[in-house]
Design a protein around this ligand. Structure first.
Ligand SMILES: Cc1cc2nc3c(=O)[nH]c(=O)nc-3n(C[C@H](O)[C@H](O)[C@H](O)COP(=O)(O)OP(=O)(O)OC[C@H]3O[C@@H](n4cnc5c(N)ncnc54)[C@H](O)[C@@H]3O)c2cc1C
Length: 302
């Protein structure tokens, strides 16, 4: 393939894999002279921990029935001042309503979504599970209508966090090949103590503020590294494997998303983000990509 300019926009894991496996000319991979390609992999992380038992005042602040009816979710975050003072990563807490045992909720989902035929053993077992907690199922169903004002028994706290950049969290190349003979990427996704600390302080502050406001009480689970590692999940928001930097020693692309040391190769997508933030990456990806297209257009016209 021959072109004046190339733009690599295959998303964070594949962008890194293509650079690392393109090693005919630069044997450590394109743009990898300083060993940054594939490193600093981040996602938007979340864990479930602790439960909030709402008091009678809570629906005035957050009425779950109203939120359900309009498919809304409320999140509680912190002010910029608090985040800076406590040296926190960006954090917010989501309140997930619980009307019944999680196993009953799961069974209800399978039955509702028609995952199996009505005569199947699994179907009958799930219906039996629902009948075993018919009160919770009824209250959950009513909470989705505007017939009755039904609040959940409690809320599960879902803690959502911006992940801190970590060079050891990375995309690496395995020795396995796909059907076309290309080497497959592996992901070594890691968290730092800083991530655990932000989850912990975030939860503590939510619990103390809600208690002070008289909204209810929190049954706290202690947030430890083990707890975080056993529960952490991402949001398919893959970020950071070809990070942007002013100088080649610190990253992979320059401020115009051109690969350091390569005249005509640009990278688009969240792989160029040096930090992850906590909101969905796609609007920023689109913004950066429009800017990149304009830059390339100017370069070609010059
Ligand atoms: C279930 C789910 C929910 C999400 N929800 C949200 C959300 O609510 N908000 C939000 O902001 N983001 C969300 N995201 C993330 C969002 O989808 C991504 O941030 C966004 O799609 C990334 O855009 P991109 O163009 O960089 O990569 P992609 O959309 O992944 O596009 C990459 C393209 O490159 C192609 N490609 C890959 N490898 C090669 C190759 N070797 N050769 C040629 N072509 C190749 C792929 O086929 C694809 O078309 C979600 C993702 C998932 C999976």
């Amino acid at each position: 393939m021959r072109a004046k300019v190339f733009a690599l926009c295959c998303h964070a894991i594949e962008n890194a894999r293509l650079l690392l496996t393109s090693n005919d000319v630069m044997n450590v991979g394109i743009g990898n002279a300083h060993d940054h390609v594939g490193r600093y992999f981040m996602d938007h992380t979340h864990i479930f921990a602790s439960r909030f038992i709402p008091g009678p005042e809570f629906p005035a602040a957050y009425d779950r029935m109203y939120a359900d009816l309009f498919h809304l979710n409320a999140n509680v975050g912190f002010t910029d001042d608090f985040i800076r003072k406590e040296k926190l990563l960006q954090y917010y807490c989501r309140f997930n309503p619980v009307y019944m045992d999680p196993r009953t909720r799961e069974a209800m989902g399978y039955v509702r979504d028609g995952f199996m035929a009505p005569g199947d053993f699994a179907y009958l077992r799930d219906v039996a599970t629902m009948l075993g907690e018919v009160g919770g199922v009824t209250r959950f169903s009513l909470s989705r209508t505007n017939l009755r004002h039904i609040q959940p028994d409690y809320y599960e706290l879902e803690h959502r966090l911006e992940q801190a950049p970590n060079p050891d969290s990375r995309v690496v190349i395995s020795d396995r090949r796909d059907a076309l003979g290309s080497l497959i990427a592996d992901l070594d996704w890691r968290i730092l103590d800083e991530d655990v600390r932000s989850f912990k302080i975030g939860q503590e502050r939510i619990a103390s503020e809600f208690a002070a406001l008289g909204y209810g009480r929190v049954e706290l689970e202690e947030i430890t590294r083990d707890l975080v590692e056993s529960r952490i999940a991402g949001h398919y928001h893959q970020i950071g494997t070809t990070r942007m930097s002013d100088v080649p020693e610190d990253g992979v692309v320059d401020r115009n998303q051109r690969v350091h040391g390569v005249g005509n190769l640009y990278i688009g997508g969240s792989s160029v983000f040096p930090t992850a933030g906590y909101s969905g990456p796609t609007m920023m990806i689109v913004g950066f990509t429009i800017r990149l297209a304009e830059h390339i257009e100017k370069q070609l016209a010059a």
